[in-house]
Design a protein around this ligand. Sequence first.
Ligand code: BG6
Length: 481
Amino acid sequence: MVSRVIPVEDFDLVIFGATGDLAHRKILPGLFRRFEAGQIPPSSRIIGAARTEQDDDAFRAETLQAICEHTTVRKDDPRLAEFLQLLGYVAIDAKGEGGWQALKDRMRKGAVHAFYFSVAPALFGDIAERLAGRGIADANSRIVVEKPFGRDLASARALNATLAQHFDEHQIYRIDHYLGKETVQNLMAVRFANVLFEPLWNAQYIDHVQITVAETVGVAGRGSYYDKSGAIRDMIQNHMMQLLCLIAMEPPYHFDPDAVRDEKLKVIRALERVEPVDIVRGQYQGKGADYLADAGDRDSRTESYVAMKVRISNWRWQGTPFYLRTGKKLRARTSEIAITFKEPPHSIFDDSGTPKANELVIRLQPNEGMNLKVMIKEPGPGGMRLVQVPLDMSFADALGADGADMPDAYERLIMDVIRGNQTLFMRGDEVEAAWAWTDPIINAWEDSKRRPEPYDPGSSGPEEALRLMHRDNRRWREIRG
Ligand code: BG6
């Protein structure tokens, strides 16, 4: 059961960086899937713009190859041939003159205009200035900007200021692709469309929360980007922060862009500064996979793993820690949020039947679903013996759809841009607040001159991370695929 498809308005979408990796892997295949689903009107236009000199047909051939490489679609699929007819291409010089008039000539009056900046942030300003200055974009146009949105507070502020010279905030769509994941949106549905959880959703009933995003891939192939970034900038400041916000925020008064983003912002502002004792950094090092080799720098101190204890200083969460961990080259690819409730305050049973704490695990990927551990009586005579059992639900089984039918995050997000819905995009102040929180963590690390703890590829991360939990008499959940 996949939701009804509501076609979007006729649009012209320009993809800057259309010959790049993200366009090939995500944007173009995602657009094809939405076209195939009947959501994109056949009159719409998708215009690739990049430095390479080529014509429309060459770009169509390139797109065909990219889609076949990154999806299960076959070359001779008739829908693919129809989709390719939507495509056009303009060779553009982002910092110069070439191509801008040709691009302007391609834009149709009356269609929604969206411009996707899938390019290095250093080009955002040049492109924005030319789009606005030459009348290619107008007050109804939208621009979509990719992560990384800055590398610290100062650079994020500068980027926001540059974009603000040419576009209003309601025209700027800052992507965090985690917000486009079905199961991440489901966090809001679970919390705010059920009465069951909300009364217990606070420090009085929740002992702690664990958020894990574990990956099996390393950084080989993108080491030069990753090494300047590290897990805190690459995952914590954006994706993990968004997950934390959706779990911790107050109910917004409405599912409306500013109402949701206001509540997320309050969470970020309430985050306490993380002290060095509450954070562990790691680097995978071992046979077959070595971070330092992948990064191309034997002296690198950049972390490929981070675990931290985070406190939220507000009424709801005072006293409930959130433990975050993410890393590359770990045992399994899994993203999940585990909420451990407190033990019942008093047991009416004798020792053989002490109730254990309930636990709610929301699996974001793979095998999306929910698991609630509850206590029941073990069957049979001979006294009251309690046992904990899982109420386990896989969304695919419950909805009758297999995972392949779940739209990819980019599909959802690009359609939201065309619809003009910013709910799942980050506002400028939200990004800045996230950097304001991460900056001191990063600076303290740089000042310390310490090296990350080594961990074996295929393990659960460094030993030190276990101690972070043991110190609090808690344990990480096992990383399992
Ligand atoms: C990206 C990071 O934003 O997210 C990558 O730059 C990471 O390092 C990726 O691998 C994870 O996304 P997903 O959708 O595979 O969980």
